[in-house]
Design a protein around this ligand. Structure first.
Ligand SMILES: [Zn+2]
Length: 488
């Protein structure tokens, strides 16, 4: 087993809107993996955060009459509050507006790339969609020459930019991905990026003039330019662990795992590796790419009224699950959305997953087994059990985590739960114990042991619930109230 500390990151969220369910899912995916790795005995360092620069943010803040910093501060608080409610166990929250740690680190990275001779100032004439904050080429546009996403004709921008000479790194990046030195999950996303690399990478615009964008990190040695997103946002993964300002945690960086959405695969598997190669830094070890979440088969949107706000999901569960409402939200998202493919959730599917698996499934099972344990507690043998050491190695379940597939692991745990439910119905320990006490106690002990395994295996997904069940098992007592009450 690799005993280096395990470093895991989410993408940093763009600070121009409240967190949506896709963000929540990504945080949970990374959190489940981080918790699994800790359970396995690894040191884990887990970071998440906000991407707070760029023209779109500057414009939105202006529209709302806010100073840009207070505009982004507001969203940072919203994200942190969602993380708290969901129990996201991050160690550090990166903010790209952090002038000490992040600015200095990003500038150090810039200088390194410049020293290598990989930056070049060029006059640049291109189409730019402010909505996307991206340069567009003709082939990106619809028949009327508009951005298909924003239905607006992009601005023609003519400006001086620094360019990063990415194209020269095409072959070496391709090789690293082909040989899994940078391993991309799932295979279909690996194939996708390899196809793109096959076509060759183009040099990328690396800065914007301050006359167009003022809100950004100044380019070292050139007051007329601020960094474009690449050297700013992507650099967060290393500035957060000391690059350019403190002792750089190379032990972490050499064992990095990025969790990202499919829309930013090219940034992480092509541009970012190019920058790292230029700066002489290690490449990320794993890139886990999840899909998008639709609702009722359609993209979530305010106009369609099918948007699902993660905070609303937590609120829905508060009256029935109390302090475990965040856990119920964790469960339904991790259970209903596949780790890699696109997923679909509706309010109905959320409610039925809760009722089927937590109320009727795990909650009911815990009450039934622990009731018998409580009644017969004086006669039961004590289980020697320490939470973090003696966990069961249920091969297939933990193996799903080796493939970074928490959704599959959770499905296997719930199959195990269903199986135990069938076993206790068939065994009828409550009857057996009246006729044959020794055999009855043996059955109860066996059921308790299996419940303990399930509770342990649920730790990466619903850690508080897992703790509560394990506490009940240690003390041979029923939960004080049903863990998950029925939705009205
Ligand atoms: Zn656009």
């Amino acid at each position: 087993m690799d005993k280096r500390p395990f470093f895991i990151t989410t993408a940093i969220a763009y600070a121009n809107g409240a967190p949506h369910v896709g963000h929540a899912f990504e945080f949970l995916l990374a959190d489940a993996i981080a918790r699994y790795k800790r359970l396995e005995g690894n040191d884990v360092y887990f970071i998440t955060g906000m991407d707070e620069h760029g023209q779109k943010i500057e414009q939105k803040a202006k529209e709302q009459g806010l100073a840009v910093q207070s505009f982004v501060d507001g969203y940072a608080e919203e994200f942190k509050s969602l993380d708290r409610e969901l129990g996201i166990s991050y160690d550090f929250f990166v903010r790209t507006s952090d002038m000490e740690k992040h600015y200095k680190g990003a500038q150090a990275l810039w200088k390194k790339i410049a020293e290598k001779g990989d930056l070049e100032k060029r006059s640049y004439k291109a189409l730019y969609c402010v909505g996307c904050e991206e340069f567009k080429t003709e082939k990106d546009l619809d028949a009327e020459g508009r951005c298909p996403l924003h239905l607006k004709v992009p601005e023609v921008v003519e400006e001086e930019n620094y360019f990063f000479k990415l194209s020269q790194y095409t072959e070496i990046i391709k090789d690293k991905i082909l040989t899994d030195e940078v391993k991309i999950y799932p295979q279909s996303r690996k194939n996708e990026i390899l196809a793109l690399l096959e076509r060759g990478l183009e040099d990328v615009s690396f800065s914007r003039p301050t006359t167009k964008v003022a809100w950004g990190i100044p380019v070292p040695g050139d007051d007329s330019q601020v960094m474009y997103v690449w050297c700013d946002a992507l650099a967060n993964y290393i500035t957060a662990i000391g690059y350019g300002t403190d002792t750089f945690r190379e032990d972490l960086w050499s064992n990095a795992t990025h969790v990202i959405g499919k829309d930013i695969l090219r940034f992480h598997a092509a541009i970012w590796p190019g920058m790292l190669l230029s700066a002489g830094l290690a490449l990320p070890k794993n890139i886990i790419v999840h899909g998008h979440i639709t609702s009722g088969g359609q993209k979530m949107s305010k106009t369609l009224g099918n948007s699902i706000d993660p905070k609303d999901v937590i609120e829905l569960f508060k009256p029935v699950a109390g302090e475990l409402a965040g856990e119920a939200a964790r469960f339904v998202l991790l259970h209903e959305v596949p780790s890699f493919n696109d997923g679909d959730i509706t309010l109905d599917s959320i409610k039925s997953a809760y009722t089927g698996h937590l109320v009727n499934g795990l909650g009911n099972l815990t009450s039934r087994i622990m009731k018998l344990c409580e009644v017969h507690k004086d006669k039961l043998t004590a289980l020697p059990f320490e939470f973090n050491d003696n966990y069961p190695h249920e091969g297939d379940i933990w193996e799903s985590f080796t493939d970074f597939d928490p959704n599959q692991a959770l499905h296997l745990v719930m199959d195990y739960t269903k199986l135990l439910d069938e076993t206790i119905q068939k065994d009828e320990a409550f009857k057996v114990i009246k006729q044959d006490e020794a055999r009855g106690l043996e059955l109860i002990n066996e059921h308790k042991k299996r419940l303990m395994m399930i509770a342990t295996m649920l730790y990466p997904f619903i850690p508080k619930t897992s703790q509560i069940i394990l506490d009940c098992i240690r003390e041979n007592k029923m939960p004080e109230k049903p863990l998950f009450a029925r939705l009205p």
